[in-house]
Design a protein around this ligand. Structure first.
Ligand code: KIV
Length: 263
């Protein structure tokens, strides 16, 4: 039977059946339409929109209004994938009430079907409270970009015995709080595999090796559109930046030499 729409329960079934889950970021309707037609199971409106599309240095400056704007655009291009939106920095950490209002706006006004929060134990009560008002939550452990100033940059996490044990504990806590999946970013393969075996909800890895239940990439990294640093684990499936440069130069040259438009 062909699935018409991916839901959180469909993802749980995929984990049970050992079927890998695909996830990519999207920030606009045009890319969302391509991911949707390709039946990518999860489309994430990541707060990576900050560095990838808005020219910010990192994700910390991204606002709820910006996430709403991009979620609405992605929603217009999506019908199949589960649409998850990141809650940006300081929209869920200050109080549970504030988290409910802000997550509620992403769902009600933006059209997101779930939200993603970064952190472990410290966000568990917030995740439970969102579940009580029927908002599905995806967790995010390991390299959590909203904490880069605290963790000292974009570095692999979970490398000491203590931090490994804490991450396994946090993953169990998130599962208990009701997440439907957890993103594991930039952690050792064996740790990602251990977490994947120990929890019943799918793990979606990014720089966490092949042992996760699914994989996510920033779509601009996969397409070769990213300016500047690209993490080592990224596989670039296309080189669109080079193609865009070529097209722009060809246009400029043809206009200057009066070959375009032709009469
Ligand atoms: O914001 C984002 O794009 C993310 C992915 C890297 C998982 O959180």
């Amino acid at each position: 039977m062909k699935i018409k729409k991916i839901t959180t329960t469909a993802l749980l079934e995929m984990k049970k059946n050992g079927e890998k889950i695909t996830a990519l970021t999207a920030y606009d309707a045009a890319i969302a339409k391509i991911l949707n037609a390709s039946q990518i199971e999860i489309v994430l409106v990541g707060d990576s929109v900050g560095n990838v599309k808005l020219g910010y240095e990192n994700t910390i400056s991204v606002t709820l209004e910006e996430m709403l704007h991009h979620t609405k655009a992605v929603k217009r291009g999506n019908s199949f994938s589960l649409l998850v939106t990141d809650m940006p920095y300081l929209t869920y950490q200050l109080s549970i009430e504030q988290a409910k209002v802000n997550a509620g706006r992403l769902i009600k006004e933006g059209g997101a079907e779930a939200v993603k929060l970064e952190g472990g134990l410290e966000v568990a009560n917030t995740i439970k409270a969102l579940g009580e008002i029927h908002i599905p939550v995806m967790g995010h452990l390991g390299l959590t970009p909203q904490s880069i100033h605290q963790i000292g940059g974009y570095k692999i996490q979970g490398t000491t015995q203590e931090s490994k044990e804490k991450m396994v504990r946090d993953a169990k806590i998130l599962e208990g709080a009701g997440v439907f999946a957890i993103v594991l970013e930039a952690i050792p393969e064996d740790l990602a595999q251990e977490i994947t075996k120990k929890i019943s909800v799918p793990t979606i890895g990014i720089g966490a090796g092949p042992g996760c239940d699914g994989q996510i990439l920033v779509s601009d990294d996969l397409l070769g559109l990213t300016e500047g640093h690209v993490p080592k684990f990224v596989k670039q499936y296309a080189d669109l930046k080079t193609e865009i440069y070529k097209a722009v130069r060809a246009f400029k040259n043809e206009v200057k030499t009066k070959h375009y438009p032709c009469s």
